[in-house]
Ligand binder design. Structure first.
Ligand SMILES: *Cc1c(COP(=O)(O)O)cnc(C)c1O
Length: 487
């Protein structure tokens, strides 16, 4: 068993596996009754405390307050909107970067600072991240100005949206660096992985007083905070009298790396009354196929879609679900992961897939369906959604048609519509309406025509000062690291 602070600092286990919660955490119906009336902060404390025993209470409380303070988030932190009799939408994008990754990346840096103190670590931490858009900015916002930590983000020069690029190149903070890489996301990620596995380079960094770490969603410290909002959403529906305490709900989760939906599974295991977990994918529908056939096969074309945060062929966190569902069968998981690495595919047996399907339902939305859903939801409910959330709602519609299930359902909304304003405006008004406009102009038009405010963090980004304009070849990423550290 590894204590929490070590799991946070190491990110990945020495054998290459992922850390999973070993403690049997279970909230019974009395706990649930208490939790349903709690503020987000109080609930966060209650949940985190049951999973973490090596960080003192007063520190934990201050971490939570630092992460979810008003100014960064609205008072309710994660508001919930009622769409129809059965469907509500949980908005997880009211944080500093307007995507759901803030929910975890605002508190992970706090955990890291706390873990450094517990471990009595003398080195500084250098967080290295390659990003396809949302993670980089959320990590920068979370780690900026954190003591004992520096953060460096590499993004593909032409692989992120204008909005995402401006969010990053205008990033403030005295410990941050952002560099564009000539290449696509895979090139940037491969470059970062090479740095992590270059022993000599790591030893050199250690001699200079720096230890490398990562902020991606395989870190248990990023998964844990995501359990909180599933309980919070449930409590919100109880308070709104949509459900009775104890009755089950469904969750729909637009899924990429399987982190967000896995957190919902952990919430369910910890006692949250969940009937079905609905796994929504885009045209990269590898998870849909897996849950329907039992075979995970990445030998297929990678598709670039209008929901880019879900353009993923290897959903890393699925490994944790397999581990759990197999009764913590190390050897089984290891066989699957080796087969995936060597042949690009693995299969699980009928029994495993049947037990998964007791609580899991998976489908996907095409590009056209996603755009239509943005338009339909706006016209029907006067409610703007981003393309990732639209994938979720489209898949929910398919679920209802296929099963007839009228259980109260919560769809997780993962980004502000203004973060993907181009796609949203095009879906609503047609391609002619946005011709020749940049993303900032499009947002202003979208805001006017729908009478909805642009979130403050995305406003006037194009007028902010650009402070990071470095570009490098993938072969020069290590040099960039050294330049940043001044070594
Ligand atoms: C990261 C992200 C997702 C996917 O979440 P996973 O935890 O990787 O499944 C979905 N939508 C948005 C907007 C994201 O940024």
């Amino acid at each position: 068993m590894v204590p929490f602070h070590q799991a946070v600092l190491q990110g990945i286990a020495p054998d290459g596996g992922l850390f999973v919660p070993t403690q049997e955490v279970y909230f019974d119906s009395l706990d649930l009754a208490d939790m349903s009336s709690m503020t987000y902060e109080a609930l966060a404390f209650t949940i985190i405390k049951r999973f973490v025993d090596d960080i003192p209470d007063n520190r934990l409380m201050s971490f939570i307050k630092n992460a979810y303070y008003q100014g960064a988030f609205p008072p309710t932190v994660a508001p919930i909107s009622r769409m129809s009799k059965t469907l509500s939408v949980l908005e997880l994008w009211h944080g500093p970067t307007c995507a759901f990754k803030d929910m975890a990346l605002q508190i992970l840096p706090e955990f890291m600072v706390g873990s450094l103190a517990v471990a009595d670590e003398k080195n500084e931490i250098l967080i290295l991240t390659a990003t396809s858009g949302d993670t980089g900015k959320a990590a920068l916002e979370g780690f900026k100005n954190k003591k004992g930590i520096k953060i460096m983000v590499f993004y593909p020069e032409n692989g992120v949206s204008e909005m995402q690029k401006y969010q990053m190149i205008t990033q403030e903070g005295d410990n941050v660096s952002v560099v564009a890489v000539r290449g696509n996301f895979d090139d940037a990620q491969t470059g970062v992985k090479e740095i992590f596995t270059d022993k000599e380079f790591n030893e050199m960094l250690l001699q200079k007083g720096y230890r490398l770490s990562s902020a991606n969603s395989i870190n248990w410290g990023r998964l844990l905070p995501q359990i909180i909002y599933y309980f919070y959403a449930y409590g919100s529906l109880v308070r709104q009298d949509v459900i009775k305490l104890g009755s089950k709900v469904n969750f729909v989760v637009p899924t990429g790396n399987f982190g967000n939906i896995l957190a919902c599974y952990y919430a369910m295991k910890a006692g949250l009354p969940v009937a079905k977990l609905i796994c929504a994918s885009n045209d990269n529908n590898i998870l849909t196929d897996f849950f329907n056939t039992g075979t995970y096969d990445k030998n297929r074309e990678f598709v670039t879609t209008i929901s880019p945060a879900m353009d993923i062929l290897v959903s890393s966190n699925l490994e944790r679900l397999l581990y759990d569902i197999s009764g913590e069968d190390d050897a089984f998981v290891s066989r699957c992961m080796t087969a995936l690495k060597e042949n690009g595919l693995y299969s699980v047996d009928k029994r495993t897939i049947n037990s998964l399907n007791n609580f899991m339902w998976a489908s996907y939305a095409t590009e056209e369906e996603t755009k239509d859903t943005i338009k339909n939801v706006y016209e029907k409910y006067n409610y703007l959604i981003d393309p990732h959330t639209a994938v979720g709602i489209n898949v929910y519609d398919k679920y209802v048609i296929s099963t007839g299930d009228m259980t109260k359902t919560i769809c997780v909304s993962t980004a502000s519509p203004f973060k993907f304003g181009k796609t949203v405006a095009e879906s609503l008004f047609g391609p002619e309406a946005i011709e020749g406009m940049n993303e900032f102009e499009i947002n202003r038009m979208l805001s006017e025509r729908t009478n909805s405010p642009i979130p403050t963090p995305l406003m006037d980004l194009d007028k902010k000062k650009v402070v990071h304009n470095g570009v490098c070849d993938t072969s020069k990423m290590k040099d960039e690291v050294m330049k940043f550290l001044g070594i």
